[in-house]
Design a protein around this ligand. Structure first.
Ligand SMILES: Nc1nc2c(c(=O)[nH]1)N[C@H]1C(S)=C(S)[C@@H](COP(=O)(O)O)O[C@H]1N2
Ligand SMILES: [Mo]
Length: 326
């Protein structure tokens, strides 16, 4: 175990996704903003400070609060992780990929401070019986929350083990009822450049978008999460509603979702569109399929950097392998 491994490494070394962007644009953007290199930032951050934002903070923008009585949700014991410890809450909420806010994982938690998550509306569109615009509160009226502990594996070969609270996506599908022609669901993240410091200047084309086949979305593992560690999701983790598909690389787990669109044709997805040779449409966790620039056989547990073997489908083969049998 090497405790220095994660926190003292240059973020650029573990953020391969960033390298495809026009580097000049990125660097110009950072220089314009007066930012220091990430290695210096890492050391400058107050490691012992409290990283959570208080959802009741009166001074900041309005934040979504789950209805009274939502937490603690019943823990679904079918989804536990026995072979490794739960990731420390502070680590899971202070080491984030959310490029609209910052390409620096340690900075996302601070750069979300202008992001308003209440009121939150969600558009349901396309090939569906109940199209329209729902208030996020409506989800809580129609769907029951539960807590599940999942492995979470980023394509960059680090991983966490975290307790999500959310709605099984299968129940969401039953509620909105895709028509018989629908085969996919595409999802979109909110796009608010005024509240998202890196949404424009880094050269990525936001909003972020992802998609699942309906068979994947209806699999028992797919979760629409609104909570983490028994509280509302912090904004850096995708408040107020984000997807979690634990057998896929983290990039599929789209954050801060504002739209679900049901389609017949296979929709494009953000990373597959940007770098098709590096990120497949499915992005399932496949330890035997190396990324073009690194191995996927092992992963580093956050925060201590302990190396463990990556499991096929991230340890969920018994539940999802059948989706991909030819
Ligand atoms: N909108 C949006 N969703 C996103 C991302 C992003 O940059 N923007 N990053 C993805 C990646 S690469 C990962 S690993 C996870 C990280 O989730 P976490 O910060 O809650 O651990 O969010 C995913 N969802
Ligand atoms: Mo990721």
């Amino acid at each position: 175990m090497n405790s220095k491994n994660i926190w003292h490494r240059r973020d650029s070394a573990i953020t391969p996704e960033e390298t495809w962007v026009n580097r000049r644009q990125v660097l110009a953007g950072l220089a314009a903003a007066g930012l220091l290199p990430s290695s210096i930032l890492d050391r400058a951050l107050p490691l012992k400070a409290s990283f959570r934002q208080d959802p009741q903070d009166e001074d900041g923008p309005k934040l979504f609060r789950a209805p009274e009585g939502t937490f603690p949700a019943t823990r679904n014991k079918s989804y536990a992780v026995d072979e490794r410890p739960l990731t420390d809450e502070k680590a899971a909420t202070s080491y984030n990929n959310f490029y609209e806010f910052s390409l620096n994982k340690r900075m996302v938690q601070f750069k979300v401070n202008k992001f308003q998550t209440a009121p939150w509306k969600v558009e349901i569109a396309g090939l569906v019986e109940k199209p329209g615009i729902a208030d996020l509160e409506d989800f809580f009226k129609h769907l029951r929350s539960e807590e599940r502990i999942y492995r979470f594996r980023c394509v960059e070969a680090w991983s966490m083990t975290v307790p999500w609270t959310g709605f099984p996506m299968k129940k969401f599908l039953e509620w909105v009822a895709p028509t018989k022609d629908a085969r996919y669901v595409q999802m979109f993240t909110a796009y608010r450049p005024d509240e998202m410091p890196d949404a424009v200047r880094t050269g990525y084309e936001f909003p972020y978008y992802e998609a699942l086949s309906l068979a994947e979305a209806g699999n028992e593992l797919s979760l629409l999460a609104h909570g983490l560690y028994g509280k509302e999701l912090p904004r850096q983790n995708g408040a107020p509603l984000r997807l979690v598909t634990p057998w896929k690389y983290g990039l599929k787990s789209i954050k801060s979702v504002v739209k679900f669109e049901f389609t017949k044709e296979k929709p494009p997805t953000f990373w597959n569109n940007a770098q098709p040779k590096e990120y497949s449409w499915h992005s399932n966790v496949e330890p035997n399929v190396p990324h073009p620039r690194w191995s996927q056989a092992e992963e580093r547990l956050i925060p201590n950097g302990e190396k463990v073997k990556t499991l096929p489908y991230n340890g969920y083969a018994d539940l999802v392998a059948k989706l991909y049998e030819k």
